[in-house]
Design a protein around this ligand. Sequence first.
Ligand code: FES
Length: 125
Amino acid sequence: MPPERTGLVAGRTHHEHLTMAKITFVQPDGSQVVVEAAPGITVMEAAKLNNVPGIEAECGGACACATCHVYVDDAWRERSGKPATMEEDMLDFAFDVREASRLSCQIKVTKELDGLVVRVPDKQF
Ligand code: FES
């Protein structure tokens, strides 16, 4: 039987020499999905690689769909940065946009973001 694919292993292959960053996705029901992401990929890609529910990412990361919308935990807002103009324009199309809203395809994973907590919205559109 093939080994089961676990969230902690996915996405690790090409970047084993790099320190992985732990990212927690809090679901609308309060449950948490914790994944490890290689620096250089985006938070959206980390979610997709690990099948995190609620991150649709229909445009594949082109900042053109807003279905990768997340709320960045207050403690991480500064470190994860502010949305660029293009991202802000696209965020207008997201559902229930708040101060902490970001498009997760526009957040690059870095070592500094190890421990990042983001919340997945109730619905993406
Ligand atoms: Fe479409 Fe982020 S994946 S805007």
